[in-house]
Design a protein around this ligand. Sequence first.
Ligand code: NDP
Length: 492
Amino acid sequence: MSTPELLRFDQLLRTQLYIDGRWCNSEGAGRLSIVNPSTEETLAEVEAGGAPDVDRAVRAAARALRSWKNTTGASRAVCLRAIARGVEARGEYLATLQSLNNGKPLAEARVDIGDVVATFDYYAELAEQLDETGESEVAIPSADHRAVIRREPAGVAALIVPWNFPMVTTAWKLAPALAAGCTVVLKPSEVTPLPELALAAIVAEAGVPPGVFNVVTGTGAEVGAPLTAHPLVAKVSFTGSTGVGEQVMKTAAETIKGVSLELGGKSSIIVFGDADLDLAVDLVASGAFYNAGQMCSATSRVLVEQSMADALIERLADRATQTVVGDPFAPGVQMGPLTNRAQYERVQRFIAQGKADGARLVIGGEVPSGPGYFVKPTMFVDVPADSAVWREEIFGPVLCVRSFDTEEDAIDAANDTEFGLVATVVTRDAVRGKRVADALAAGVVWINAPQLIFPQTSWGGYRHSSIGRELGPFGLAAFQEIKQVLTAIKPD
Ligand code: NDP
């Protein structure tokens, strides 16, 4: 099926704003061209929203909040499960749309769909539990008073997401926000709005009342900034770069909004000399090249014990050479293009910088000719610890390797970053694995495990990587206010 046929084949493809339960045009005249990163062809044009659209959407969300916040958790769970079933039923279409718009191989896009479904189902459960646990009495040292703690929805929530995992980053915010009883305005990335617009069509079918869920597509400057500044928005949940996150926090501070930030990373995988080499190669390759390395959680820094270094580098070079890069729909393709031109050019600048800084390029570095934002898996070794490729988030398929002598050196090197999102430890020694995990300043540590993320757990990091946590009960709490009600008890 050709791209235009595929896009026509389902009515889920929407290109308008979704405000107050209706598809509508922006009040401005602009449209955004959405590009297929594999071909550089235009896939669709979507409405470019602006401040007046943001205002309409936020006001609709504020009106809808009056009744939505008083619904039972059980009734919100019905909507969340309906969304999960809607995503499941259209899973193949949504995965296809993601691969078209984001460039990830279809197999990876399918993994994202499974994650989205699991997230909505999980928060449906938590919404139901809120009917029991949303209000609880607290023991206090006074017989004359009764203290109750209530969990209430934070209010209108602004959800701002990036382009690398468009549906997953949206689900991680939208599901807990709706479960908590918040109403929302979602701003997708200007690069990848198509999956979220399709998700909006599913939400619309799922019985979510008008105004509870709104989508305003457009740029960060025209939509994200006024959304963050809007006085009726109580909570901003943002996933994106550290620089923009800082800007969001500053803007939100002017109206004292609650802020959750999921930002960048520069994470390490530590491979000890006793590690299973096959496992280490798998974990390093997937941690660096999955989603073409466009992962906040990319473990793009490899710290390998001296005794294992030569063997690991040789095997990784083989793996990188064999990685099939190409059209995300072609059979056997393991890595698609980068998602947009700006990122493509940024990654090339980093590769040039790595060479200039004296890192030894072992594999990759070249950019295939022809259309599409393709970059081959790339590996630098003997990377200077002060070079940009070692210190800054590249967000592309570029692996940097350094060796270490002692466990302490490895921990110090892994922690020597302004970020602290994730880390992986590969060792056969379980005691050491636990000890190193304890010493790492990171929000998630995998020991001998791939980057599996379950909605029941937690997501987020230390330092400049995050403020707050997503997923698990923490993700729900991020969209709640706490109210204490203390009642004087009259003596009989
Ligand atoms: P950006 O920070 O550029 O953009 C993220 C979102 O913010 C986009 O929707 C963007 O709009 C919007 N935005 C831009 N400017 C503003 C503004 N002034 N006010 C409000 N919103 C604004 O990130 P990318 O989209 O480039 O995504 C890549 C980054 O995301 C990486 O650094 C990565 O590490 C991080 N990330 C973190 C994750 C985590 O869980 N920690 C997960 C996924 C990604 P526009 O579309 O116009 O740019």
